[in-house]
Design a protein around this ligand. Sequence first.
Ligand SMILES: *[C@@H]1O[C@H](CO)[C@@H](O)[C@H](O)[C@H]1NC(C)=O
Ligand SMILES: *[C@@H]1O[C@H](CO)[C@@H](O)[C@H](O)[C@H]1NC(C)=O
Ligand SMILES: *[C@@H]1O[C@H](CO)[C@@H](O)[C@H](O)[C@H]1NC(C)=O
Length: 475
Amino acid sequence: MLLLQGLSVDMRSLILLITLSCLLPWEAQQHQPGSAAHSCFCKVAGYLDDCTCDVETIDEFNNKMLFPKLQKLLETDYFRYYKVNLKKPCPFWKDNSHCGIRDCAVQPCPTDAVPAGIKSPGFKYTETANMGNGELECEKEQRLGAVDESLSEAAQEAFFQWNQHDDSTDDNFCEHDDEESPDAEYVDLLINPERYTGYKGADAWKVWNSIYEENCFKPKAVKRPLNPLVAARGENDETMFYNWLEGLCVEKRAFYRLISGLHASINIHLSARYLMQDTWMNKIWGHNITEFQIRFDAAHTQNEGPRRLKNLYFIYLIELRAISKVLPFFERQSYLLYTGNKTQDLQTKKLLLDILRDTRDFPLHFDENSLFAGDKKQADRLKDEFRHHFRNISRIMDCVGCFKCRLWGKLQTQGLGTALKILFSEKQIQSMPETGPSYGFHLKRQEIVALLNAFGRISTSIKELENFKRLLENV
Ligand SMILES: *[C@@H]1O[C@H](CO)[C@@H](O)[C@H](O)[C@H]1NC(C)=O
Ligand SMILES: *[C@@H]1O[C@H](CO)[C@@H](O)[C@H](O)[C@H]1NC(C)=O
Ligand SMILES: *[C@@H]1O[C@H](CO)[C@@H](O)[C@H](O)[C@H]1NC(C)=O
């Protein structure tokens, strides 16, 4: 509660708003029988609590205008290749008492069960859930979770030039993270879409739990609601949890909502690109309505679901805000989205600027001033805290047993981290000279790619909600 001191009145009212929004409406409402769509969506309509923005405006803006442009942007060479180190060992669970050894000792899959085609060198499957479903399940999980590392020769050659270009323009003052490691490699995001991988159950929950715990400093007695690892769940848990959440200062609550929104987004993708049919001949991916309902329907989730969906809109607004604010950085004449192909680079930049200007013109932005730009000392400390938490979450991602999930988890964490970095750096961005170096603020290629791709994911989720809504109406 130390952090509460010195907050502005604005900030206090924001705290109140978020607090109220978290707590009041849901418990008061009874689940009403009616169409299936009703029970997921009726509570996610109208005004969002902590901004002057309503869900319908976001839907309209995103689905009609932004989403198609973003898709086009993310297919360009600049944005499709993401450099990432997927080979870092999990720093927490082997020699850590974070969970009981017995629970962690998941059975590795027999390697000869894995089709030769995906036994790509360098990938060792050390932690894969084998939830007693037998080797078949396990093998399937590996197959779906593998990352396709293939890159065209032309692409590989180009990367050498990219690196040279980036090295010469980077003011590398900040984190020397994954990117510098010799294990960091480019991955083609287009051939590794985020979708259902079979990675769920205890293993996946362990990761998400760590992430939620990480944000919290919370007392042991307070359990997050709906954690399937907690077998005997009392009715009181939910109330306790939200009481606890209420007691937190605004930044930590915002942090929680961001993580929850990210979690919701990932689950929407897994439900929207579910493996509906799996034979050697072909795979069919599609919307699995049941899976969606299990995760988001109010009745299935003790009212958690609609709250999760609201958090999805919250993270959308935060990332949207960040993207609109970073416009001056890319507007500088000298700034290149370098791939070496001049024509293409110019086209990509034009498209990016087009998107950024659209986001700037969005009428009902989240007002983050109260949240991120208190007095300088306060803001600096917050910035540090957030950075610290994000770094840790990114390390937790190294514990994700499924490589494709790890890839998208890392990308989205970095994207969200970058968004916050932008929001914290507003002044530096505004005072940026139109040409020459960008003193005080810089984004690396990896951050830019992560930022736009992460936002692309959230944008896709909003769009997918529309699809699910339509599908559920016909159930
Ligand atoms: C980072 O997260 C891990 C796993 O949840 C936790 O055990 C550890 O205490 C955290 N470290 C810091 C420095 O917060
Ligand atoms: C859809 O998801 C549900 C719940 O996870 C699962 O039981 C069902 O088999 C899935 N449907 C198909 C067609 O795979
Ligand atoms: C450069 O990009 C343009 C536009 O995408 C494409 O038509 C052209 O073939 C590319 N040139 C080279 C040398 O790859």
